[in-house]
Design a protein around this ligand. Structure first.
Ligand SMILES: [Zn+2]
Length: 496
């Protein structure tokens, strides 16, 4: 079909621009010197504009629309690709150009406003920008679908098939089952392992252990590498070029260990996707939630298991003999799973983490249905913290101002973090039926786990929806009961 050929050529060209922009992005987040900033902005602005013009060009629209009309005649993969292309297109072209430009500028300007507000505990100085960002997001969502709840449209952007109906059910289950459980566990927290978090672990040793972890998890170094950055992240242009970063904190050893393993989960997913999708829109992980399920699986289900510490404590002790004198694998297991009340989401442990997400979901949902206004946010935030975690922030820096997401217009993103953890628990129980996970960890055969995930999930890239994948892997629909069961089993055990 000649439209298909045209479509493919256009996609390839856009991909070349994205490749260049993406490499510049990697460079600026890892190695570029400070003064490279100015020149880089000029160059990337030019490339981004060209890319935007291609993505919205009349001939591209025409090709997508022709293929969309012939939807029934296309093969499965092309159907999925065209559906994605059509949605992406409709999301942009319905926005009046001046509004799009104003919004982009607003987001740019807001970065410094948010940073200052956070630094100075000054929500009032951020309020006006945030109000505008929320209004634009409502408006844009309505341009795309004037009949749908704007928040549903935004949620769908980050996780296909998930809207307030599905998330309400998910978070209501957590509220009912987990909130009381978390409060029980929090009463039992002791400070026995606090010490480990105050001990100094020299960066050189941490780096050595991270390198060792790459071997343990069978990371393919011919198709990837690791560096450092302030906020760890995974980056990729194809399964053959997947890079990630970690962060070394001398006085917080678990930060680098679990950042490395978390990103290894994202990176392994990307490395194991079939290269046959490289020139299509079906490359890369299928959704935020599924991606996060893989990083959490590696981090929590493997990395924070007793089997993991039983197997790798010797190596750790070899690097840090003084620091872990008197400790054994069980101590390490309990220390890395220590539960405590934290005001800050990114410092939260595995058990309390989803409470932080619930707060954000409640707020976003109320904000987009006009139940609350931006000016109410600090109070609502603090009330919710008290309700779910029993603590009240004393300032907005440690409260509503802590995350960057809203300042860049990302509404609907947060819920995918909790969803990822819940997906990973359901996948964990499905895997357990076929593999002896603990034994594989003990025998240093994580490679077998990688293979299982490749075969059931990774290789498909974005060619399947999150729903389809979950049903294929676990033989049932997504169900939060597995996540609740997993957390209750694990933490009842640790805290008797
Ligand atoms: Zn992640």
């Amino acid at each position: 079909m000649k439209e298909e050929k045209r479509f493919r050529e256009m996609i390839k060209k856009m991909k070349a621009y994205r490749y260049a922009l993406s490499l510049i992005g990697w460079d600026s987040n890892t190695e570029a010197p400070r003064n490279a900033f100015k020149r880089r902005s000029t160059m990337t602005a030019y490339l981004s504009k060209e890319l935007f013009l291609m993505q919205t060009a009349k001939d591209y629209q025409e090709v997508v629309n022709i293929l969309y009309e012939k939807y029934e005649d296309l093969d499965d993969l092309l159907q999925r690709e065209i559906k994605k292309a059509k949605r992406d297109l409709d999301k942009v072209i319905n926005i009046p150009e001046n509004e799009y430009v104003e919004y982009t500028k607003l987001i740019n300007d807001t970065q410094i406003v948010w940073e200052d507000a956070k630094a100075n505990n000054d929500f009032a100085s951020f309020k006006e920008n945030l109000e505008k960002i929320v209004e634009y997001n409502k408006k844009f969502a309505l341009y795309y679908d004037k009949l749908a709840n704007p928040y549903d449209t935004l949620l769908e952007d980050y996780e296909e098939g998930m809207a307030t109906k599905e998330y309400d059910f998910f978070f209501d289950s957590l509220k009912k089952e987990l909130v009381p459980f978390v409060k029980e566990i929090l009463k039992k927290t002791n400070d026995k392992y606090e010490e480990l978090n105050k001990t100094s672990f020299p960066k050189r040793g941490q780096k050595e252990f991270s390198e060792y972890l790459l071997e343990v998890f069978s990371f393919n170094k011919k198709s990837g590498l690791i560096k450092e950055s302030v906020h760890p992240f995974t980056w990729n242009t194809s399964p053959e070029d997947v890079r990630f970063t970690t962060k070394y904190m001398e006085n917080y050893i678990f930060s680098s260990i679990y950042s490395t393993i978390h990103e290894l989960g994202h990176a392994t997913y990307e490395q194991q996707i079939s290269t046959s999708y490289d020139d299509t829109l079906l490359n890369g992980g299928t959704s935020m939630g599924i991606h996060e399920s893989q990083s959490r699986f590696y981090e929590n289900n493997i990395g924070r298991s007793l089997a993991f510490w039983e197997t790798h404590f010797d190596k750790f002790k070899e690097i840090f003999p003084e620091q872990v004198k008197g400790y054994n694998p069980i101590d390490m297991y309990k220390a890395c799973n220590r539960v405590q009340t934290s005001l800050i989401r990114i410092e939260a442990d595995e058990l309390t983490y989803s409470m932080h997400i619930m707060i954000r979901y409640d707020i976003e949902r109320m904000l987009f249905s006009n139940e609350i206004e931006v000016k109410d946010l600090p109070k609502v935030w603090n009330d919710k913290m008290e309700e779910y975690l029993g603590v009240r922030p004393t300032n907005d820096t440690e409260g509503v101002l802590q995350d960057v997401h809203w300042s860049v217009g990302m509404f609907g993103y947060f819920p995918t973090y909790a969803l990822g953890s819940a997906y990973s628990a359901q996948i964990y129980y499905a895997m357990k039926k076929e593999l002896n996970i603990d034994n594989l960890i003990r025998e240093n055969k994580i490679k077998v786990i990688n293979e299982w995930l490749k075969d059931k999930l990774h290789k498909y890239g974005s060619s399947k929806t999150p729903k389809e994948l979950m049903e294929m892997i676990t033989k049932e629909k997504f169900n939060p009961k597995y996540y609740i069961k997993y957390l209750k089993e694990k933490y009842s055990n640790i805290y008797n």
